[in-house]
Design a protein around this ligand. Structure first.
Ligand SMILES: NC(=O)c1ccc[n+]([C@@H]2O[C@H](COP(=O)([O-])OP(=O)(O)OC[C@H]3O[C@@H](n4cnc5c(N)ncnc54)[C@H](OP(=O)(O)O)[C@@H]3O)[C@@H](O)[C@H]2O)c1
Length: 251
């Protein structure tokens, strides 16, 4: 990805990874457009950042995605990078008995269909831009599932594969990058921001920025804390890694 001078759309810029990434990419010399449902949180992220703009977006709603894409075309025709970062995470229990699938369905609509629909709404625009890039935020759980969040893990694996396909079909048109974070101290799930076993998001973003500022951004932006999951299958230690990250399986 070009190191500076981009106009970057980041979904989920009102908190966590999206907020930090927006601020750091802004300070690296890019214009940034952040988008999510909570416009007050977006305004907080953008406060004091001259080249940061906010737009409302609910990626579960196709009409909201269409309106967003139209605003990008009319107000930010130079936008050349889309970072699909927004998402939710729901713990689902053990699946050992029949249950209400509302959480699973909400996750599919938000985390899977959301980025697919948004990418589709903006793809013609991106393909027409010089130096275009598409960045999908997946997870270490794309490679080794957390068994109490099976739908979330399945979706992240799905977005990983979708990203691989996009990279092939968009070759020489749009650079396609995946960021697969490890567990971080954000507000993604209740209490997570205080979990000291998880990586501080600021430290994670420092390492992400270092990789994004290289002459050639890696196709997969991975930090050491997630690399053992990415390589588990290749190194023939998949089952033991599933057990290692799922404490009650290990016992
Ligand atoms: N934190 C981790 O441990 C971790 C690890 C691996 C991967 N990830 C991934 O990293 C991404 C960011 O997560 P985070 O940790 O930064 O969590 P976060 O602080 O909860 O941020 C999630 C962001 O997504 C936005 N969002 C959720 N649903 C949306 C929707 N329908 N439309 C538009 N925006 C929506 C939220 O804003 P609104 O609610 O205001 O819309 C929020 O700003 C997610 O894709 C997550 O799966 C996180």
């Amino acid at each position: 990805m070009k190191k500076s001078g981009n106009t970057i759309i980041i979904t989920g810029g009102g908190s966590g990874i999206g907020r930090l990434l927006a601020q750091r990419l802004h300070d690296a010399g890019n214009s940034v457009i952040i988008a999510s449902r909570d416009t007050a949180a977006l305004a907080q992220t953008a406060q004091g950042y001259a080249n940061m703009h906010t737009l409302p977006l609910d990626q579960t709603d196709p009409a909201s995605i269409d309106a967003f894409a139209q605003r990008i075309a009319s107000h930010f025709p130079q936008a050349n990078v889309l970072i699909n970062n927004a998402g939710i995470m729901r713990m689902e229990g053990t699946l050992a008995s029949k249950r209400d699938l509302a959480d699973a369905e909400e996750s599919v609509t938000n985390n899977l269909l959301g980025p697919i629909r948004l990418t589709n709404a903006l793809i013609d625009h991106l393909v027409a831009q010089p130096d275009a890039a598409l960045v999908n935020v997946t997870s270490g759980l794309a490679f080794v599932p957390l068994v109490i969040a099976p739908t979330y893990s399945a979706i992240k694996a799905g977005i990983h594969n979708y990203t691989v396909s996009l990279r092939a079909v968009l070759k020489d048109k749009v650079e396609v990058i995946e960021i697969a974070p490890p567990a971080l101290r954000t507000t993604l799930t209740p209490g997570q921001e205080n979990n000291e076993r998880f990586m501080p998001p600021e430290v994670f973003i420092d390492q992400v920025m270092e990789q994004m500022q290289r002459d050639q951004t890696p196709t997969e932006v991975l930090v050491e804390e997630v690399d053992f999951m990415r390589r588990a299958e290749k190194e023939d230690r998949f089952e033991e890694t599933v057990a290692a990250i799922n404490p009650f399986l290990a016992n």
